[in-house]
Design a protein around this ligand. Sequence first.
Ligand code: ADP
Length: 460
Amino acid sequence: MIKSLWFKFLILLLSVSVISLSASLILRQMIINDFNEYLEGEKEDKIYRIMAVIEGSYERHSGWKAEALRENATWALLQGYEVRISDDRKKELMDTRKAVESLPPFMKRRITAMTDFRMDSPGEREGEFAGYPLFLAGKNIGSIEIRLLSSTRDRGKETIFFERSNRFLLLSLLVVGGLSLLMSLVFSKRLTDPIKKLTSAARDISEGNIKSRVSVSGVDEISTLARTFNTMAGNLEVYENLRRKLTANIAHELRTPLSAMQGEIEGMIDGLIKTDKEHLLSLHEETGRLKKIIEGIEELSRAEASVLELRKQTIGLRPFLGNIKERFEKLFIDKGVLLSLECNDKLTLYADPDRISQIVINLLGNALKAADKGGRVTIEAGSEDKEAFIRVKDTGMGIAKEDLPFVFERFYRAHQGGLGLGLTIARELAEAHGGKITVQSEYGRGSIFTVYIPYFTISS
Ligand code: ADP
């Protein structure tokens, strides 16, 4: 569990949350400091205002007047401050208690209720008095001691502020923590699901189910990995099928000549067949045939696998086919067959030149075999829709109707001589290019083999 992606995600998201929460804690502390500073400033402003009012009343009455001092002390109380006012000889003239005591009963009740000033046990909840001198025109006229009453109003404001910020922090902790948990679950599931699918597909393949694939959507790295995995599995399947086919073909093709050879050798051992040069030569011929079959099978397996390793390039068809014609012309002349080429100069093909030439050579070889002296073989190339075609026409013996459907099958031969692999190889190579090969033939009149390869351009 500690090593699982889910847990790693959780740790990652929680770390991010802790960092952001620490940032909000610092922010909160800064706001609280600012708020406290603001409150302090407010307090000082009020104290200076109270002092200015008391100094003003001294000036107005040209000295300390008990009535005026009572009013001042009451007003200071309404501002939330308890005061003690003394003259310049430090004799106490007035304090908040005396001022409140002297108020008419109704006013007294009202003011004590409004200000939370407790006549019975004053000072219990309050802070220390702070003393300030009072001046008028530069002359000391007395002093004032003052302290803030911890009125419910101010305390309420602060408490509400702190409580709210604490609640906000707790809430963000819960929300962020919960979200981290949820997101780590969702993300790890989204990330690990395709990996799990890949693992199970890989396990399937390792257990022999080579058809297993992963469904892919999206374009991220894991999707690319899944696509690459599917391509790899596809190639593995192709190779596996080739291997199976090849094994079956080899077994089938080799069994007959090998049985014949075995019978001949057993006959020799038993003394039924002479061990002379003639029989040894016949055996030697058989081994030669076996070798040819093996070479043919190798060539076929290369053709079948060519879909995985085509080296495509742009081929100018006329020089390309002209070159092949030149190489084979002598064989045709020797047999008295006319070989001609008809191809548009500008026709190009995008394909693997080695494989295409192998197709054409196989078709030409068959046409030469089929043609009689005085016959004709024509190579034609052109374009139809989105395909280029190369056609090999001959005026040879043609193929019987009953053979025609099978000429592309492995080891199928309508006449003695060949291995029956040439057309199979040609078809495999054409299909490797996404193309096809077709045949038209009339027995006794000739055949037309056409190879279609998609993608061609006619250069301007
Ligand atoms: P191979 O030529 O080695 O026997 P192929 O696969 O090339 O094998 O051809 C299969 C069979 O198709 C040949 O045995 C032959 O009978 C027939 N065939 C192919 N091409 C022609 C052709 N141009 N004319 C007549 N028969 C043909």
